[in-house]
Design a protein around this ligand. Structure first.
Ligand code: PEP
Ligand code: MN
Length: 644
């Protein structure tokens, strides 16, 4: 049963209502959304809904139609994000778990962990208790294996994922493991499910070899009903009549599961296919289908592996797969963040004494593209605050109110956001990172709106330009400018008028409970907005491969050419050059340049000195690690020493 509570209900009133419900023996789950608070009740449901609707504070009651209750999307409309240490699964960044099938030997296990960590994996897998089809096959190293995994975590910072095969291993799991895996063969081992339900550790629940999606979700319900709602589902292939592959990967499970439950879902392409060459294509397809991550078997010498060698990727294959996923992820609104754990470490450090707690600032309301960029770059571990103006972001970072800020600087279709270029000049801040966000626009309206009802459409003026072709098909619509896309959706929601619609991203529609009437209406699907990250000082250690500069040159023939010649001669790739008028000096210009090197690296000292000589004014905004820019040149791999 779901009870939607009245708007404006106080905490005290909620507690009183819960007391009444507890006295009727209900298990209660409270879910606070942006718009409303709901209580989910599990227990014996009364037929007559009025029993609930007359309770003080209840706006509406309706039964949950599915046999699984706590995992159902009806109860919990927003997707759940499950945290495994600093890693969030189900959020805006992909989580890739990688490692061998089984822990076999200490040195090689550490080597493979270092490698997958460098390639962008955020969790390490390896079985210590192996449920094998044959009793004569390698059964795993047991606690010895767990100790090796603990060493991996200690050295690399990767959280540990391993399988638990019996409730008697609970203490070992609590001691050594970050994410407890329930294997396919144990999906309906109900005593085991109850045991992990009581463990308060996140659980990776694999789908049984011949389990229906409903049976799988019922198994998840066992874990949640014991009080543990930290469950991640994992599709790993099911048994069908097809024998070419080890199992048949059911990728339809991704959208189906996402519509039925709020729990995140990852894919295991290794066990699903059983054939090395088939793993990467299915992994790429899984991410394109919207999975929240992957678990992939990787082995340095798969020919010698004690289990599942034929399906384990060679280290180089895993690296290539990660490069591909990096390119695919933005298309489905996600990012593969190669700096994930470094950022988490930096964010996790306590603030310096005398400074304010860490915080990130952006412009716009929740659900806007800036908010999405903020979540994709930083995750959600560190608080985000939205401010009304771009200048406020610069100001907050400058005066120490915020640790970092993120602002858009250009769109691939409509060009630069000049205000931010001017602010970059005015404020003394460093550009310490960048992110290119794939922008998909949708026509958003009330669930009952039909496209023929629409008379007025709200959005940001740039967005109207990006959707020119679609809008040309509806010449009668009145286009009304709004500060940002999420504000546009909110206006339409509040007006409650079916003649109004907004153009915005999916997130804004989801937050305000609105419907996507048309998806992907931007004229060009290669539509990216580039954001830069601002900080007072350095942000992340490690190699950098891009720098942003502002400079001016003397008013003489060839003076700009002289500066460009420096880059050309040193074969430095110039990826952006833009001029901006200098305020108060009519017809004089500043040049904003992005180059693909770390200009502050000692090897470019001469370049910098020469640039200083050839310019009248030079400001280095910062050097940082290049982000994805909509092309397939990731620049990834330069810092990969061979460890194998
Ligand atoms: C595993 O991940 O090592 C494993 C045994 O998987 P499954 O339970 O899906 O067969
Ligand atoms: Mn395996």
């Amino acid at each position: 049963m779901i009870l939607v509570l009245q708007k404006g209900i106080t905490e005290e009133e909620i507690e009183q209502l819960k007391d009444v419900l507890r006295s009727e023996d209900y298990l209660i789950k409270e879910i606070k959304g942006v718009e409303e608070t709901i209580l989910g009740l599990v227990g014996t449901v009364r037929e007559d809904l009025r029993h609930y609707e007359v309770m003080p504070g209840v706006a509406k009651a309706f039964p949950i139609s599915k046999p699984y209750k706590l995992v159902s999307r009806e109860l919990h409309p927003e997707p759940s994000v499950i945290r495994v240490g600093p890693v969030a699964i189900g959020g805006d960044r992909l989580a890739v778990i990688a490692g061998p099938c089984a822990v076999e030997e200490r040195k090689r296990t550490l080597e493979i962990a270092r490698w997958v960590r460098q390639c962008g994996a955020v969790l390490f897998r390896g079985g210590a208790f192996k449920p094998r089809t044959s009793p004569y096959a390698f059964q795993g190293l047991g606690e010895e294996g767990l100790k090796i995994l603990a060493e991996v975590r200690e050295e690399t910072g990767l959280g540990i994922v391993t399988e638990m095969t019996s409730p008697t291993q609970a203490d070992l799991m609590i001691k050594y493991v970050d994410l407890v895996q329930i294997g396919a063969r144990n999906m309906q081992n109900f005593e085991l499910l109850k045991s992990v339900g009581r463990m308060r550790k996140p659980v990776l629940l694999k789908r049984g070899l011949s389990a229906t999606i409903e049976e799988w979700l019922m198994s998840a319900e066992y874990i949640l009903s014991e009080g543990n709602d930290q469950v991640i589902l994992c599709e790993r292939g099911i048994r069908t009549f097809e024998r070419f592959t080890r199992n048949t990967l059911d990728l339809t499970a991704v959208p189906v599961v996402k519509s039925l439950t709020h729990l995140p879902i990852i894919i295991d392409p290794s066990h699903a296919t059983g054939i090395r060459e088939k793993v990467s294509p299915m992994a790429r397809a899984a991410i394109a289908a919207g999975a929240d991550g992957l678990t992939v078997e990787v082995h340095p010498e798969p020919e010698k592996a004690l289990s599942d060698g034929p399906q384990s990727l060679y280290p180089e294959q895993f690296k290539q797969l990660m490069r591909d996923l990096y390119v695919i992820a933005p298309v489905v609104g996600k990012q593969l963040d190669f700096k994930y754990l470094e950022k988490a470490k930096m964010m996790g450090k306590p603030s310096e004494p005398g400074t304010k707690p860490k915080k990130v600032v952006y412009v716009g309301v929740p659900g806007s593209f800036s908010h999405k960029a903020c979540r994709q770059f930083f995750g959600t571990e560190i608080p985000h605050e939205n401010l009304p103006l771009f200048r406020d972001v610069f100001e907050a970072v400058q005066n120490g109110d915020a640790t970092l800020g993120i602002v858009p600087v250009e769109n691939s279709l409509t060009g630069s956001i000049h205000e931010n270029y001017d602010l970059l000049l005015e404020y003394d801040l460093h550009v310490v990172g960048e992110l290119a966000l794939k922008i998909q626009h949708n026509l958003v309206g009330h669930p009952s709106t039909s496209i023929d009802d629409i008379k007025r459409v709200y959005s940001h003026p740039q967005v109207f330009r990006q959707c020119k072709e679609f809008l040309a098909g509806h010449p009668g619509w009145d286009l009304v400018a709004c500060q940002d896309t999420a504000t546009a959706v909110r206006r339409v929601k509040e007006s409650n008028n079916r003649e109004e619609a907004a153009i915005a991203g999916k997130d804004a529609a989801e937050i305000y409970g609105m419907t996507l009437l048309r998806e992907g209406i931007e004229t060009c699907p290669r539509n990216f907005t580039r954001f830069v990250v601002l900080s007072h000082g350095e942000f992340l250690d490690g190699p950098k491969n891009k720098s942003s500069l502002i400079y001016s040159v003397s008013d003489q023939p060839g003076s700009l050419y002289e500066t460009l010649k420096i880059f050309a001669e040193k074969r430095i790739n110039l990826v952006k050059l833009e001029s901006r008028p200098i305020h108060g000096k009519p017809w004089e210009y500043l040049f904003y340049a992005d180059i693909e090197v770390d200009i502050r690296d000692p090897q470019y000292r001469q370049v910098l000195e020469e640039l200083e000589r050839k310019t009248e004014f030079l400001k280095i905004l910062g050097s940082y690690a290049k982000g994805f820019d909509g092309t397939d040149d990731t620049g990834f791999g330069e810092d990969h020493g061979s460890t194998l």
